[in-house]
Design a protein around this ligand. Structure first.
Ligand SMILES: [Zn+2]
Length: 494
């Protein structure tokens, strides 16, 4: 995974602006707009989908976004009457890995945006361009305008004034499979996710096409790899060969078993790499607990213990942070996607004004249905609980791309074993498995959960959360949950 730094040529804003203006002139006006969301669409033909989401987003803004220009920032509400005050773009952050990039444009306040994915024929270099126009904005001096991403999907990213008061973000992409553009708040940021088709998948498709073409003359035999020599095409060939095993009973021969295992891996039904996410950090302490206990410290301690235990079990472990440092919520998911983690576990402590509240609860991504779920999501997202119900409509569309069912299964497995261990430590009321719209889980390409290990605001529970032995047990329980989930999905492979 690479966190992208600005390109050296960032010092040519005028040329760039001219280029972008020229580019824009050849193209029709943006279709999608909305202060809150544009949706995912697999190709340009679905650009009308943006208009649809724009509508729902507009309905949304009428009740929420437009009503509160904050701290002198004027959103669209003020623009008819007087010249709009321009909201600064304060930062651009990019994470990129194989087949995936995430771009976050951070703003000093709420703005309207419009985006469009241009059809391939609009460019002659094989690249497609996705642009996002930000109304009534300006680029804060010092914010770089050009990034060489050189990823498998996103190639280049540029940010420049497009016309007076409008800033345009252009993302050059290739091998694009799908894209999502959405908004997170506090700070207000527009997130662009682009996912590509992996080289492996492309090769498999090409091969399938070739096989199809060849199959007119010679039927099955060529699908049977001869000899034991390994070639690059071998995994695909093996997968193709193994595919019928899904419907036929598996014979217990070593060869069959191996093929089945390969199939499971091909389908991504295995767990090797786990991203462990210690919630909060650095300038974001999380919740403050009884006796001065701070959530970010407890989360980090558990995350490290969890990582150690997972490594002992043979997993490859990645961390979003291993120190007391700030990592944005969208950055955490982006790291997991860019590094192609198979599972994502976010560790948190709960908090409540009532010191009597206690217990362990585990979440996966979905709409919240109870006030408690809304409360927890609002706290972890750093937004007002009133914003959660507005978010729900918006997130609904984004969640189709997430592994909701798998995440729920994973949450159940992790919850059961974590609870079991926590009970041995003498505490842990079972608060159950829940769903809520967490920013940190949004856009994750793998089963992803958030565990609230206990209430840091409950004096008795806070005492447990200071106790190394208790934390060790919790981490052991979570690790066992990961292993149980892995075993469950791999059982498919026989
Ligand atoms: Zn938290």
């Amino acid at each position: 995974m690479r966190v992208i730094r600005p390109a050296a040529l960032a010092a040519r804003p005028l040329l760039l602006a001219l280029f972008l203006a020229a580019l824009g002139l050849c193209l029709c006006a943006g279709l999608g707009s909305g202060s809150a969301l544009a949706a995912s669409a697999p190709d340009a033909a679905k650009a009308s989908g943006q208009a649809k989401s724009a509508k729902s987003a507009k309905a949304d803004t009428s009740t929420t976004s437009a009503k509160t220009p904050k701290d002198g920032q004027v959103g669209k509400a003020g623009k008819e009457a007087k010249p709009a005050k321009l909201t600064p773009v304060t930062d651009v952050q990019i994470w990129s890995g194989k087949d995936y990039s995430r771009i976050a444009v951070v703003l000093a306040g709420e703005v309207q945006h419009h985006w469009q994915l241009l059809p391939p024929e609009a460019s002659k270099d094989g690249l497609r361009r996705l642009y996002v126009d930000l109304d009534d904005t300006r680029i804060k001096p010092g914010v770089p305008g050009r990034f060489d991403v050189r990823g498998d999907v996103a190639r280049k990213v540029r940010l420049a004034p497009y016309k007076p008061g409008v800033t345009r973000l252009v993302v050059e992409v290739e091998n694009l499979k799908n894209q999502q553009v959405f908004v997170l708040e506090n700070p207000y940021r527009i997130i662009v996710d682009v996912q590509g088709q992996s080289a492996k998948a492309r090769a498999a498709e090409d091969k399938a096409d070739k096989d199809k073409a060849a199959s007119g003359k010679s039927a099955e035999p060529q699908a049977q790899p001869k000899g034991k020599g390994k070639t690059q095409a071998a995994p695909e060939a093996a997968a193709q060969e193994a595919a019928p095993a899904e419907t036929a009973p598996l014979l217990a021969t070593p060869g069959r078993k191996k093929m089945a295992r390969q199939l499971v891996e091909q389908l991504g039904l295995t767990v090797r790499r786990v991203m462990v996410d210690a919630g909060h950090g650095g300038k974001d302490p999380g919740a403050h607990g009884a006796g001065g206990l701070v959530e970010k410290d407890v989360n980090l301690r558990i995350a490290r213990l969890l990582g150690e235990k997972l490594e002992k079990m043979g997993f490859e472990v990645l961390y979003t942070r291993t120190q007391d440092k700030f990592v944005s919520l969208e950055g955490r998911t982006a790291m997991a996607n860019a590094r192609k983690a198979d599972l994502f576990v976010s560790v948190h402590c709960n908090a409540h004004g009532d010191p009597g509240s206690s217990g362990l609860e585990t979440y996966s991504l979905n709409l919240a249905s109870t006030p408690d779920e809304v409360r927890v999501a609002a706290r972890e997202n750093s937004v007002d609980p009133r914003r959660i119900s507005d978010m729900q409509k918006i997130l609904d569309e984004l969640m189709h791309a997430s592994k909701l069912t798998e995440s729920r299964d994973f949450a159940r497995a992790a919850h059961a074993s974590a609870l079991n261990q926590a009970k041995r430590g003498g505490s842990a009321r079972d608060r159950g498995v829940h769903e809520a719209p967490f920013y940190v889980l949004l856009g994750a390409k793998m089963p992803a959960i958030l565990v609230e290990v206990g209430y840091i605001t409950n004096p008795a529970e806070a005492a447990h959360l200071r106790n190394e032995k208790y934390l060790d047990g919790l981490a052991q329980g979570l690790a066992e949950g990961v292993r149980a989930y892995k075993q469950k999905i791999e059982r498919f492979g026989g």
